[in-house]
Design a protein around this ligand. Structure first.
Ligand SMILES: C[S@@+](CC[C@H](N)C(=O)[O-])C[C@H]1O[C@@H](n2cnc3c(N)ncnc32)[C@H](O)[C@@H]1O
Length: 496
């Protein structure tokens, strides 16, 4: 399937794209004309529909949800390119060069790799390269990526490249082009900078690039590394670009999901999910996932929104920035977590002040025990939190005590009839048991299944029932020690 009606490109050694010097098209973005392209975006798995909803709301177009989970595609015209960078539910953005719904891979590895090499010169690169050029004025400039595939020193292994999409979330494991035996040409410092090098055209400059292959599916005769290497070699030959894994100007993406193949050019250098957090904790949630959770509960002006187990404050901070007519209270029982939240808030405040903004964020921080909140009964509109999974944070055993206690205390402070809770946990068994005991106080409306760091987790949207707290069997006080002892007994039985 072709997304663009562009002719095949012609090689041009010293230019960004083959068409930019001699064969400039009528709809060239550099001439100020508007062109139509398809944008691809990676999003937190499970929140594809939320992302599509945001695209419709902010850009006014319908997004297509890919079979490859965690991706959406939508059409834009280049005059809307800056709006793409305002999306909050997307992790990474790219412009599609070409896409194939049903790519017929050849039987043998050699034939397939040969075909990938031939593909490089047949692709309609022109529009995508024009969008890449235009995009440099919008994207967040981060400098060059270190460590090859952006996974911070993670070794590039074939296995990582091969298990890709399902291992989730944080960064998709990637294989990058290994066009080896490059003689390190001496490139003057100024020319090695992305901005300078491209803007210096038409003076002869050397574009640096890399190919990143994301592959999922077990029926391929080739590895991600092999695909990236061979396709990358052909791209290099075709454009006469220089391969550089870390200091690249252009990142070409080769996304292969079973028989679906999408070739794109990256428009983001760093995943947008890192946007708010400067002080990370052991289980910091992606801002894009936080955004999805916040959208689920539809914050309204003047709502009081609580994250009673805030960790680094990722959820309330995203809320205070994006849904800023509500007020957020972020609490945790761990000193270090509260400190991190305060530091993250201060960091954002400073960033805003540096840009001349004087308005503060609608957020406050407290150290508390969620099971006994210093808050009035029925005073909160929304509770949104990421509960300890009992793996990296807390323990499964403790969750048998914690979950019922916290659901009960949340029900006390939440407004009957209108209050909502959006709770994320991977300890589904414990959560289901706890919620079934609280039927009089909470009603489960909807569950979104997500992937958090490779773990299958649920985001539960709950509605507070009309029941007045203190008048249902569920809220009969049970001392935490009694519940704890019962939990321990149960856990011990399970272990034995
Ligand atoms: C999964 S982490 C939250 C991570 C957070 N969403 C972030 O992005 O950093 C769960 C948090 O619950 C806190 N916690 C556990 N038991 C608690 C309790 N009884 N009261 C308050 N906080 C608690 C832990 O200290 C931890 O910071």
């Amino acid at each position: 399937m072709s997304s663009q009606e562009d002719g095949a490109a012609e090689p041009g050694p010293d230019t960004v794209g083959p068409s930019s010097s001699s064969s400039s098209t009528d709809n060239d973005a550099t001439t100020g004309d508007i062109i139509s392209v398809t944008i691809g975006a990676t999003v937190p798995t499970g929140f594809e529909h939320t992302a599509a909803e945001e695209v419709k709301e902010k850009i006014g177009v319908d997004a297509r949800i890919s079979k490859d989970r965690g991706r959406i595609y939508f059409p834009i015209t280049t005059d809307k390119l800056f709006q793409v960078h305002l999306l909050r539910s997307v992790d990474n953005l790219f412009v599609v060069v070409e896409e194939y719904d049903n790519y017929q891979f050849k039987e043998s590895k050699e034939e397939t790799l040969m075909e990938l090499q031939e593909l490089a010169s047949k692709l309609p690169w022109t529009n995508a390269l024009e969008v890449w050029k235009l995009n440099r004025t919008f994207k967040k400039k981060k400098g060059y990526r270190k460590g090859g595939n952006g996974t911070k020193g993670k070794p590039k292994s074939e296995a990582a490249g091969a298990t890709v999409a399902d291992t989730e979330q944080q960064e998709l494991p990637q294989a990058t082009s290994t066009v080896e035996n490059q003689t390190e040409e001496s490139v003057p410092e100024a020319e090695s900078d992305t901005q300078d090098s491209v803007e210096a055209a038409p003076r002869a400059i050397l574009i640096k690039f890399r190919v990143t292959c994301n592959r999922a599916g077990d029926k391929h005769s080739f590895s991600s590394n092999e695909a990236a290497r061979d396709f990358g070699g052909a791209v290099q030959e075709f454009f006469q670009w220089k391969a550089d894994m870390t200091k690249f100007d252009i990142e070409v993406l080769l996304n292969i999901h079973n028989v679906e193949v999408v070739i794109g050019i990256a428009l983001t250098e760093e995943s947008l999910h890192r946007r708010n957090i400067s002080h990370f904790g052991p289980t910091t949630l992606r801002s894009t996932l936080c955004y999805g959770m916040l959208r689920l509960c539809k914050p309204q002006p003047s709502d009081i929104i609580l994250d009673p187990m805030c960790g680094t404050g990722a959820i309330p901070l995203e809320g205070a920035i994006e849904f800023n007519s509500s007020f957020y209270i972020a609490g945790d029982n761990y000193d270090m977590a509260v400190n991190r939240t305060v530091n993250n808030i201060c960091h954002i405040q400073k960033r805003r002040a540096d840009k001349g903004s004087i308005s503060g964020l609608p957020i406050d921080t407290v150290r508390w025990d969620l099971c006994s909140l210093p808050m009035r009964t029925s005073s909160v509109d929304i509770i949104i939190t990421d509960m300890p999974f009992g793996k990296r944070m807390g323990s499964r055993k403790k969750n048998w005590d914690l979950y019922p206690s916290c659901l009960r205390e949340m029900a006390r402070v939440c407004r009957p009839g209108s209050g909502k809770a959006v709770l994320l946990t991977q300890d589904k068994k414990c959560f289901s048991k706890a919620i079934s005991r609280m039927g009089g106080l909470w009603r489960k409306l909807h569950t979104v299944w997500v992937n958090v760091g490779g773990l299958h987790a649920g985001v539960y949207l709950l509605k507070r029932t009309e029941a007045v707290f203190g008048q249902t069997p569920e809220d009969v006080y049970e001392s935490r020690e009694v519940v704890s002892a019962r939990g321990d007994e149960k856990a011990d039985k399970e272990i034995s």
